[in-house]
Design a protein around this ligand. Structure first.
Ligand code: ATP
Length: 256
């Protein structure tokens, strides 16, 4: 059984003009995969992540995580599902300004009632893995963008989520920090077998994935798997993006 199954997923935003953000989207993600989602602006990437995360409801179709539909849960169960099974990383980092790096990272465990002493070992392990040990007492405003995103990633994985959802995680980073962050996500995927689903506009970031799914107008368009080299995967991604059309940001000529 796949870890994540997205079955004929459709999302229509009603309004003066109804917008179809997802249109019978179908794909699955195996345990341990690192999957990128790419597509032109407005193609439904964020909507997809929000529906998988139960932040948004599907109009039709379903999502299944380890064979269970999280949308069938009641409100409290859904909150627990999000807290225990998922990890989130966003473009804007979303750290709490009044908490230190260490406190931000430990937050999911503390919210789950795990005693600080018990959390401590995992906390140290995660901070070391993300090279944050020297920053533990600092506040977010004292950090660089890369350090902020590494803190957000540490917070997202401290509870060993079944699925890490990342929405444009490199969107606010310079290319060096973006590379560092992608290397880390890729190492977490390889070493901790964290399954990752990441929406991105950035072809370099996408080249760290093991597979990239392309969406257009909320529909599945194509997918490509990484071969032996990240460089040739990057080139294939660029080629697919030029076929796909969309905004110029997609066609970054930065080399990986
Ligand atoms: N809350 C909402 N209400 C109405 N329409 C929405 C809402 N959220 C998204 N949409 C519409 O759904 C479509 C898909 O949006 P979405 O944000 O998922 O695309 P995206 O691929 O993430 O875009 P981008 O790359 O620009 O972030 C767009 O047409 C958008 O205008």
């Amino acid at each position: 059984m796949a870890l994540l199954e997205v079955n004929q997923l459709t999302k229509i935003y009603e309004g003066k003009v109804a917008r179809t953000a997802l249109d019978h989207l179908q794909f699955s993600v195996e345990e341990g995969e690192f999957v990128g989602i790419m597509g032109p602006s407005g193609s439904g990437k964020t909507t997809l992540l929000n529906v998988v995360a139960t932040i948004d409801e599907p109009t039709a179709g379903s999502v299944s995580l380890r064979g269970h539909d999280p949308h069938a849960l009641n409100k409290e169960e859904m909150a627990l599902f999000r807290r225990r099974e998922l990890g989130f990383v966003f473009q804007q980092f979303n750290l709490l300004d009044t908490l230190t790096v260490e406190e931000n990272i430990a937050l999911p465990l503390l919210l789950d009632g795990i005693p600080v002493q018990e959390a401590e070992q995992r906390l140290q392990q995660v901070m070391q893995k993300l090279s944050l040990s020297a920053n533990e007492g600092q506040f977010p405003y004292e950090l660089s963008g890369g350090q902020m995103q590494r803190t957000a990633i540490a917070r997202a994985i401290i509870h060993h989520p079944a699925l890490l959802l990342a929405d444009e995680p490199t969107g606010n980073l310079d290319s060096k920090s973006a590379g560092d962050v992608m290397s880390l996500i890729s190492a977490l995927n390889a070493e901790e077998r964290t399954t990752v689903l990441m929406a991105t506009h950035d072809a370099v970031a996408a080249s760290y994935c093991s597979r990239v799914i392309f969406v257009k107008d909320g529909k599945f368009y194509n997918e490509i798997y990484k071969g032996d080299s990240r460089q040739s995967f990057f080139q294939s991604i660029i080629d697919m993006l030029s076929l796909l059309g969309g905004d110029i940001r997609d066609l970054s000529f930065v080399r990986p």
